[in-house]
Design a protein around this ligand. Structure first.
Ligand SMILES: [Zn+2]
Ligand SMILES: [Zn+2]
Length: 198
């Protein structure tokens, strides 16, 4: 690597996240569509809460455009999600979709020279590595409070049963703790009690 002072590691061409832009050429205005299903090898998100599970695919539907400063990647990423409803704790499955816009600067462009390494993505040997960008964007796009449905009523705070499974008039008699002791004392025939006096 003679004149490459960049610290960005060279992307692995075999990775499905990596796109070789050489066929695009450097003439501003030329473009190429890229559609790919990229298998998820490490679960993305918060396991048990909401995530794109390992083994699922991230669908990428992208347009690569040659611009003066580099290669502009726009398009969308789509993936199925799985997790747990934060109100009723039922398992849920959903999907996440997001728009992507990312400039990958040419190594010798003024963008490359006037920005820090971590501000703008770089092309390394004409390769675009989408993995860090898409992973970060997907994780950010996941809901903070996943719900099985927007109007999920959650659980009864007393018995912990799902409201969806309870009678409409479900409720619990609440007894003032000062009376509770009296009720126990005067309750002479506890149904199913441990001892019945004969
Ligand atoms: Zn729910
Ligand atoms: Zn209840």
């Amino acid at each position: 690597m003679p004149e490459d002072n960049s610290t960005t590691p060279r992307p692995d061409v075999r990775s499905p996240w990596v796109i070789d832009t050489r066929t695009l050429g450097r003439r501003p205005g030329s473009s190429r569509e890229v559609r790919r299903d990229v298998p998820v090898e490490t679960e993305l998100g918060v396991p048990g809460v909401i995530s794109v599970p390992k083994g699922e695919n991230v669908e990428l539907d992208l347009l690569l455009e040659s611009v003066v400063e580099g290669v502009l990647v726009t398009g969308s990423a789509f993936a199925p999600t799985a997790g747990q409803c934060s109100r009723c704790l039922d398992p849920l499955s959903d999907e996440v979709e997001l728009d992507l816009t990312e400039l990958f600067a040419y190594p010798d462009s003024s963008t490359e020279e006037t920005t820090e390494e971590d501000e703008v993505s770089r092309l390394v040997d004409d390769l675009v590595d989408l993995e860090p960008i898409v992973r970060d964007a997907l994780v950010l796009a996941l809901p903070q409070v996943p719900l099985c449905s927007d109007d999920c009523a959650g659980l009864c705070s007393v018995c912990g049963v799902k409201w969806a499974d309870l009678e409409p008039n479900h409720g619990h008699e609440t007894i003032d703790p000062r009376w509770a002791a009296l009720v126990e004392r005067f309750d002479e025939s506890p149904a199913g009690g441990p001892e019945e006096k004969a």
